[in-house]
Design a protein around this ligand. Sequence first.
Ligand code: KIV
Length: 283
Amino acid sequence: MKKKLSALDLLEMKRSGKKVVWVTAYDYWTAQFAEAADMDMLLVGDSLGMCVYGYEGTVPVTMDQCICHAEAVRRGAPNTFVIGDMPFLSYQVNNDEAVRNAGRFFKEARMDAIKLEGGRRVCPQVKAIADGGMLVMGHIGLTPQSSGQLGGFKAQGRTAETAIELIEDALAIQEAGAFSLLVEAVPPEVCKIIRDRLTIPVYSIGAGVDADGQVLIVSDLLGVFQAFTPKFVKRYADIAEDTINALKAYVDDVRSASFPEPKHGYTMIEGELEKLMAELGKR
Ligand code: KIV
């Protein structure tokens, strides 16, 4: 059976230079497949807003939606380290709400950690959640919940000045008690500086190969999500095309009466059809 990683294992992997590989998951079957593929970690990302619900961004996603998906993922991947993503307005208002909502991920969905977006301005929440005994992952760079303030879904830290802001954010998040940090859509040089300066693991999505590990959104990686594909995505499958082809074949089979075949159905017990016909004939 697969051994679930702990936060200490993740720290040790950083020290020994072993890359951590993770992906998002939103449902039971993807979680099962990811665990079968020996994935180190899973994130029940608030990207489910776009990938599952068809929203334009992550802002409309609610805590209840996240908990529901996190429960399904936990059932599908009981032996994988799973992180719940704190949706917009579940932690921004105050520390009490942040702790209570983080706690829901652990109590109701048996998550191993939570993740929230932001740098220095969310340090009080990171500290409050960590002080509550919970593992918190930070997330800096392109933070989709505040993409309006960032001028859209754009790369961050491309100037010396903004790179310094990111480095200071990263150090502050570590200081506040986070056990790891995700850096999104940042030049690789900047992510490497952050990785080298932090003692906690630093993971990348669109931030280069020098991080302690990589995450991708499963719907991008598998070619499911059609609206747009970020530059940093590598597609490993075209599930959209395979699915459409499979569904078309089913439509054709039903319309031409080539499905179902006898092997897809049940037989009557021997002699029972004759009895039935005889009985019907009498009526
Ligand atoms: O919600 C999400 O999927 C994320 C990604 C950036 C990993 O936070």
